[in-house]
Write a new protein. Structure first.
Length: 252
């Protein structure tokens, strides 16, 4: 699968998640659509996805659409997924991201070689509970491991699960990857080992692997497995006033 085909499939996913009809522009900028039920972001937030140098934006109201259109006219498409630049022209109350979006073609897959044996465990098994507990709420939320719909692929140290990976089935045949390593076992390459098995399982199931990452170590694992970084995602909660840089617009 070429990068163009990967890009097309990735865009098909995010346009479906936008709920209301919207398309990525053909050449430049970002298209904005009012979609209160958008799945690009939490309810009543604004969701921004940039793929291949163009973007789509979902907003909860017409007022928010005017604000984002004003911001988009002043910022490049790369800057609309930059929290600091957006905050210069909009009142941003809260932020999730930005996260880099990676996708993988089977021909580019670089599976981990050798190492410890990875085992398959049924999603939700009690043996994963200790890993989730020791990793902490923030890391568990970042990993998404609690939400996987596939089996969990695990590495054990004795009877203890020290690393696990799996994926959640998303629309458009996308497998959204998750990986989590116990705090005391990080930096040993275990994330790549368990994620490699989960990715292979997704590919064998005919799915498109997606890797969404904010921390640099997570991005490094994606690249080590052959994923291509195609864009980024940012969710923001807009405030009730805007910077003078967006003059004349009504606040959300």
């Amino acid at each position: 699968m070429t990068s163009d085909l990967l890009l097309d499939r990735a865009r098909e996913l995010w346009t479906e998640l936008a709920v209301k009809p919207v398309e990525f522009p053909a050449s430049d900028g970002a298209n904005v659509v009012v979609s209160p039920g958008s799945r690009l972001c939490p309810p009543l937030w604004t969701g921004i996805v940039v793929l291949g140098g163009v973007g789509i934006v979902t907003v909860p109201s017409v007022q928010a659409a005017k604000l984002m259109a004003g911001a988009s006219s002043k910022l490049s498409v790369e800057e609309i997924v930059d929290e600091d630049r957006l905050s210069e022209v909009l009142l941003v109350l809260d932020v999730l991201g930005p996260a880099s979006l990676f996708y993988l073609d089977r021909a580019d897959f670089l599976p981990a070689q050798g190492g410890a044996a990875v085992e398959e465990a049924v999603c939700g098994d009690d043996e994963l509970a200790a890993l989730l507990a020791c990793a902490g709420e923030e890391d568990v939320g970042e990993s998404g491991l609690a939400d996987i719909t596939s089996s969990a692929f695990v590495l054990r140290e004795g009877d203890e699960v020290v690393a696990a990976s799996g994926y959640q089935a998303w629309p458009q045949g996308v497998a959204h990857l998750s990986v989590l390593v116990a705090p005391g076992y990080r930096g040993r390459g275990l994330a790549r080992v368990v994620a490699s098995v989960a990715v292979a399982h997704a590919l064998d199931s005919g799915l498109l692997p997606q890797w969404r990452a904010r921390p640099l170590p997570s991005k490094r694992v994606a690249l080590a497995l052959g994923f291509q970084e195609l864009g980024s995602q940012l969710s923001i909660r807009l405030g009730v006033a805007v910077s003078p840089a967006v003059a004349g617009e009504t606040a959300v």
